[in-house]
Design a protein around this ligand. Sequence first.
Ligand code: ZN
Length: 142
Amino acid sequence: MPTKFWEAKAGRAFAGRLATGSDLVEEIERFCLEREITAAQVTAIGAVRRARYAYYEQGEHRYLELESDTHHEITGFVGNVSLRDDKPFLHVHATFADAGGATVGGHLRRGTEVFAAEVMIRELGDVSLARLHDEETGLALW
Ligand code: ZN
């Protein structure tokens, strides 16, 4: 697949605080569905009670599931929203730091429990980003 870019217009912007105990992925996707946000840039900071993330094995075309059940700071959170199966889909890569400052991270999964999180969502307008299966990588890509 060659490199591709889509031009978009700046859309709505949202700032939110997630409920303690909520699921970091599900809560953002639920809000996007409710507000019909289908393309966006998403960032967050805060802390989690437990983290679920994954590493994509490029040779095997499958995710290796990883988890940390201790408290962590969210020290990095870069994500986007696009359409997958006609619904808003959140794709995030996150880094989490423990009490000693050591970090873990990867492709964010459901099951990451929020302690506190501030989320910024910048919608992209006039663009359609839809995920489809890509044979070469095994991933669902635009
Ligand atoms: Zn990913």
